[in-house]
Design a protein around this ligand. Structure first.
Ligand code: GRF
Length: 221
Protein backbone atom coordinates (compact mmCIF):
# COMPACT_ATOMS: atom_id res chain seq x y z
CA UNK A 1 0.00 0.00 0.00
CA UNK A 2 1.25 3.43 -0.81
CA UNK A 3 3.54 1.94 -3.40
CA UNK A 4 2.09 3.95 -6.26
CA UNK A 5 2.25 7.71 -6.04
CA UNK A 6 -0.19 9.27 -6.31
CA UNK A 7 -2.24 6.45 -4.84
CA UNK A 8 -5.12 5.58 -7.21
CA UNK A 9 -8.51 5.55 -5.49
CA UNK A 10 -11.91 4.17 -6.46
CA UNK A 11 -14.64 6.15 -4.72
CA UNK A 12 -18.01 4.40 -4.45
CA UNK A 13 -21.09 6.56 -3.91
CA UNK A 14 -24.87 6.37 -3.80
CA UNK A 15 -25.82 9.95 -2.98
CA UNK A 16 -24.72 13.56 -3.11
CA UNK A 17 -21.01 12.84 -3.15
CA UNK A 18 -19.88 15.61 -0.84
CA UNK A 19 -17.23 13.36 0.69
CA UNK A 20 -16.10 12.37 -2.81
CA UNK A 21 -15.77 16.06 -3.68
CA UNK A 22 -13.79 16.76 -0.50
CA UNK A 23 -11.41 13.91 -1.35
CA UNK A 24 -11.13 15.17 -4.93
CA UNK A 25 -10.22 18.63 -3.62
CA UNK A 26 -7.57 17.23 -1.29
CA UNK A 27 -6.07 15.27 -4.20
CA UNK A 28 -6.17 18.18 -6.65
CA UNK A 29 -4.62 20.64 -4.21
CA UNK A 30 -1.75 18.26 -3.45
CA UNK A 31 -2.79 18.04 0.19
CA UNK A 32 -2.72 14.25 -0.12
CA UNK A 33 -0.62 12.15 -2.54
CA UNK A 34 -3.60 10.38 -4.07
CA UNK A 35 -5.78 10.66 -7.16
CA UNK A 36 -9.31 9.52 -7.87
CA UNK A 37 -9.01 6.94 -10.63
CA UNK A 38 -12.77 6.40 -10.86
CA UNK A 39 -16.02 7.29 -9.13
CA UNK A 40 -18.59 4.50 -9.24
CA UNK A 41 -22.27 4.92 -8.37
CA UNK A 42 -24.82 2.17 -7.81
CA UNK A 43 -27.60 4.20 -9.43
CA UNK A 44 -28.03 6.79 -12.15
CA UNK A 45 -29.96 8.77 -9.54
CA UNK A 46 -26.84 9.42 -7.49
CA UNK A 47 -26.35 13.19 -7.77
CA UNK A 48 -22.68 12.76 -6.98
CA UNK A 49 -22.03 11.22 -10.36
CA UNK A 50 -22.78 14.54 -12.14
CA UNK A 51 -20.64 16.32 -9.57
CA UNK A 52 -17.79 13.91 -10.29
CA UNK A 53 -18.10 14.53 -14.03
CA UNK A 54 -18.09 18.27 -13.44
CA UNK A 55 -14.83 17.81 -11.55
CA UNK A 56 -13.37 16.05 -14.58
CA UNK A 57 -13.26 12.63 -12.93
CA UNK A 58 -13.80 9.30 -14.64
CA UNK A 59 -17.15 7.80 -13.68
CA UNK A 60 -19.05 4.57 -13.99
CA UNK A 61 -22.57 3.63 -13.00
CA UNK A 62 -23.37 0.05 -12.03
CA UNK A 63 -27.10 0.12 -11.36
CA UNK A 64 -27.91 -2.29 -8.55
CA UNK A 65 -31.51 -2.43 -9.75
CA UNK A 66 -30.39 -3.88 -13.08
CA UNK A 67 -28.79 -6.90 -11.46
CA UNK A 68 -30.65 -9.88 -10.05
CA UNK A 69 -29.04 -10.05 -6.64
CA UNK A 70 -25.84 -9.14 -4.90
CA UNK A 71 -23.46 -11.57 -6.59
CA UNK A 72 -24.17 -10.39 -10.17
CA UNK A 73 -24.10 -6.77 -8.99
CA UNK A 74 -20.71 -7.26 -7.36
CA UNK A 75 -19.38 -9.03 -10.46
CA UNK A 76 -20.40 -5.97 -12.47
CA UNK A 77 -18.87 -3.69 -9.87
CA UNK A 78 -15.55 -5.57 -10.03
CA UNK A 79 -15.66 -5.36 -13.84
CA UNK A 80 -16.23 -1.60 -13.66
CA UNK A 81 -13.37 -1.17 -11.18
CA UNK A 82 -10.85 -3.43 -12.91
CA UNK A 83 -9.65 -1.13 -15.74
CA UNK A 84 -8.85 1.69 -13.33
CA UNK A 85 -6.23 -0.04 -11.20
CA UNK A 86 -7.34 1.49 -7.91
CA UNK A 87 -5.31 0.44 -4.89
CA UNK A 88 -7.80 1.70 -2.31
CA UNK A 89 -11.59 1.47 -2.35
CA UNK A 90 -13.22 4.42 -0.63
CA UNK A 91 -16.87 3.95 0.34
CA UNK A 92 -18.36 7.42 0.56
CA UNK A 93 -22.07 7.15 1.23
CA UNK A 94 -22.29 3.85 -0.68
CA UNK A 95 -25.59 2.35 0.45
CA UNK A 96 -24.94 -1.31 -0.40
CA UNK A 97 -23.93 -4.02 1.99
CA UNK A 98 -20.98 -5.77 0.41
CA UNK A 99 -20.66 -9.54 0.58
CA UNK A 100 -18.04 -11.29 2.67
CA UNK A 101 -16.41 -12.46 -0.57
CA UNK A 102 -16.12 -8.90 -1.92
CA UNK A 103 -14.76 -7.64 1.40
CA UNK A 104 -12.25 -10.50 1.57
CA UNK A 105 -10.94 -9.68 -1.92
CA UNK A 106 -10.28 -6.08 -0.85
CA UNK A 107 -9.34 -6.68 2.77
CA UNK A 108 -7.10 -3.95 4.12
CA UNK A 109 -7.68 -1.93 0.95
CA UNK A 110 -11.17 -0.57 1.61
CA UNK A 111 -12.32 2.26 3.88
CA UNK A 112 -15.72 3.52 4.92
CA UNK A 113 -16.97 6.64 6.68
CA UNK A 114 -19.88 6.30 9.07
CA UNK A 115 -21.77 9.20 10.63
CA UNK A 116 -21.45 8.24 14.29
CA UNK A 117 -18.88 7.69 16.98
CA UNK A 118 -18.55 3.96 16.37
CA UNK A 119 -19.20 1.52 17.93
CA UNK A 120 -22.23 3.61 18.82
CA UNK A 121 -25.06 3.84 16.30
CA UNK A 122 -24.14 1.40 13.57
CA UNK A 123 -26.57 1.37 10.65
CA UNK A 124 -28.97 4.06 9.45
CA UNK A 125 -30.52 7.27 10.84
CA UNK A 126 -27.67 7.99 13.19
CA UNK A 127 -28.42 11.71 13.64
CA UNK A 128 -32.02 11.00 14.58
CA UNK A 129 -30.96 8.31 17.04
CA UNK A 130 -28.44 10.62 18.71
CA UNK A 131 -31.10 13.33 19.10
CA UNK A 132 -33.68 10.86 20.41
CA UNK A 133 -31.22 9.53 22.97
CA UNK A 134 -30.47 13.06 24.15
CA UNK A 135 -26.74 12.59 23.62
CA UNK A 136 -24.45 15.59 23.65
CA UNK A 137 -21.59 14.20 21.58
CA UNK A 138 -21.75 12.87 18.04
CA UNK A 139 -19.43 12.61 15.09
CA UNK A 140 -18.08 10.48 12.29
CA UNK A 141 -15.71 7.54 12.05
CA UNK A 142 -13.34 6.43 9.30
CA UNK A 143 -12.80 2.69 9.48
CA UNK A 144 -11.46 -0.23 7.52
CA UNK A 145 -14.14 -2.35 5.90
CA UNK A 146 -14.61 -5.86 7.28
CA UNK A 147 -17.42 -8.38 7.03
CA UNK A 148 -19.19 -6.79 9.98
CA UNK A 149 -21.31 -3.82 8.89
CA UNK A 150 -19.79 -0.60 10.26
CA UNK A 151 -17.67 -2.88 12.43
CA UNK A 152 -14.11 -2.76 11.08
CA UNK A 153 -11.26 -1.13 13.01
CA UNK A 154 -11.75 2.61 13.36
CA UNK A 155 -8.75 4.78 12.50
CA UNK A 156 -9.96 8.33 13.07
CA UNK A 157 -13.06 9.87 14.60
CA UNK A 158 -14.18 13.47 14.40
CA UNK A 159 -16.25 14.51 17.39
CA UNK A 160 -18.83 17.31 17.34
CA UNK A 161 -21.13 18.65 20.03
CA UNK A 162 -24.90 18.41 19.75
CA UNK A 163 -26.25 21.94 20.16
CA UNK A 164 -29.52 22.88 21.85
CA UNK A 165 -32.22 23.17 19.21
CA UNK A 166 -30.41 20.95 16.70
CA UNK A 167 -32.58 19.06 14.28
CA UNK A 168 -31.38 16.22 12.07
CA UNK A 169 -30.40 18.56 9.25
CA UNK A 170 -28.32 20.86 11.44
CA UNK A 171 -26.59 17.96 13.14
CA UNK A 172 -25.95 16.18 9.87
CA UNK A 173 -24.40 19.33 8.36
CA UNK A 174 -22.07 19.69 11.35
CA UNK A 175 -21.02 16.05 11.14
CA UNK A 176 -20.43 16.35 7.40
CA UNK A 177 -18.10 19.31 7.84
CA UNK A 178 -15.89 17.15 10.00
CA UNK A 179 -16.22 14.17 7.61
CA UNK A 180 -14.78 16.33 4.85
CA UNK A 181 -11.66 16.82 6.94
CA UNK A 182 -11.13 13.41 8.49
CA UNK A 183 -11.74 11.25 5.40
CA UNK A 184 -9.09 12.91 3.19
CA UNK A 185 -6.74 12.85 6.17
CA UNK A 186 -6.90 9.07 6.62
CA UNK A 187 -6.59 8.50 2.87
CA UNK A 188 -3.54 10.76 2.92
CA UNK A 189 -1.94 8.68 5.67
CA UNK A 190 -2.41 5.54 3.56
CA UNK A 191 -1.16 7.26 0.41
CA UNK A 192 1.94 8.44 2.26
CA UNK A 193 2.59 4.92 3.56
CA UNK A 194 2.08 5.98 7.17
CA UNK A 195 -1.06 3.89 7.70
CA UNK A 196 -0.91 0.24 6.69
CA UNK A 197 -3.03 -2.87 7.23
CA UNK A 198 -0.87 -5.63 8.67
CA UNK A 199 -1.69 -8.72 10.76
CA UNK A 200 -5.40 -7.91 10.43
CA UNK A 201 -5.17 -4.49 12.02
CA UNK A 202 -4.20 -0.90 11.21
CA UNK A 203 -0.67 0.30 11.95
CA UNK A 204 0.18 3.98 12.02
CA UNK A 205 3.77 5.17 11.84
CA UNK A 206 5.13 1.69 12.50
CA UNK A 207 3.03 0.74 15.51
CA UNK A 208 -0.35 -0.97 15.81
CA UNK A 209 -3.09 1.55 16.42
CA UNK A 210 -4.24 0.79 19.98
CA UNK A 211 -7.52 2.75 19.69
CA UNK A 212 -9.17 5.17 17.30
CA UNK A 213 -7.63 8.62 17.12
CA UNK A 214 -10.23 11.17 18.18
CA UNK A 215 -10.20 14.71 16.90
CA UNK A 216 -12.44 17.21 18.63
CA UNK A 217 -14.33 19.54 16.30
CA UNK A 218 -16.68 20.89 18.97
CA UNK A 219 -14.96 24.28 19.08
CA UNK A 220 -15.33 24.61 15.32
CA UNK A 221 -19.03 23.83 15.23
C1 GRF B 1 -22.06 10.64 4.90
O1 GRF B 1 -22.67 11.26 5.97
C2 GRF B 1 -21.38 9.38 5.34
O2 GRF B 1 -20.99 9.38 6.67
C3 GRF B 1 -22.44 8.33 5.14
O3 GRF B 1 -23.17 8.74 4.01
C4 GRF B 1 -23.06 10.15 3.87
C5 GRF B 1 -22.62 10.43 2.46
O4 GRF B 1 -22.72 11.79 2.16
N1 GRF B 1 -21.82 7.03 5.00
P1 GRF B 1 -22.14 12.35 0.78
O5 GRF B 1 -22.82 11.59 -0.33
O6 GRF B 1 -20.67 12.13 0.79
O7 GRF B 1 -22.52 13.80 0.78
Amino acid sequence: MGSRVPLPLAVLISGRGSNMAAIARACASGEIPARIAVVVADSTAAAGIELARSLGLRTAVVPAAAHAGRAPFEDALEAALAPHGAELIVLAGFMRILSAAFVARHRGRALNIHPSLLPKHKGLHTHRRVLEAGETLHGASVHYVTEELDGGPVVLQGRVRVQPGDDEAALSARVQRCEHIIYPRVIGWIAAGRLVWREERPWLDGVPLPAPIVEDFSAAS
